[in-house]
Design a protein around this ligand. Structure first.
Ligand code: FES
Length: 127
């Protein structure tokens, strides 16, 4: 199937109950355009999610993909190991299917990066 830029997907955002974010324990459902990042769509809908660089670099926005599919065409660094472990960077992740993500996964994601000797894992964990 060919994707048009007008296509939208349903993205479900799960905020873990133990999260310190507003909305902890809640689930939000958004319509996200195929050309839009999940972070931008969430913020436009009033769902505040953590992010810093917004370039797929710092990993502040890390989330776990539990269902669906995303692409990261503009991420400055996104490794095969990240994808294989089921992590996404919401600041650059664009949906390609109805998708569910669990947000606020920065700490676990740093551990994954460190375990694979990928940045910024060890540099952040050691500081
Ligand atoms: S905000 Fe920096 S990687 Fe997403």
């Amino acid at each position: 199937m060919t994707q048009s830029s007008n296509e939208t997907w349903t993205v479900t955002i799960v905020v873990p109950a133990e999260s310190s974010l507003d909305g902890a324990g809640e689930t939000f459902e958004l319509d996200v355009n195929t050309d839009e990042t999940i972070l931008a769509a969430a913020r436009a809908a009033g769902v505040w999610l953590p992010a810093d660089c917004q370039q797929g670099w710092c990993t502040t926005c890390a989330a776990r993909l539990v269902d669906g599919d995303v692409v990261h065409p503009n991420a400055r660094r996104y490794f095969d190991e990240d994808r294989e472990a089921g992590y996404v960077l919401l600041c650059t992740a664009k949906p390609r299917a109805d998708t569910t993500v669990v947000v606020d996964q920065y700490d676990d994601f740093l551990e994954l990066r460190a375990a694979n000797d990928n940045p910024p894992g060890n540099s952040k964990l050691d500081s």
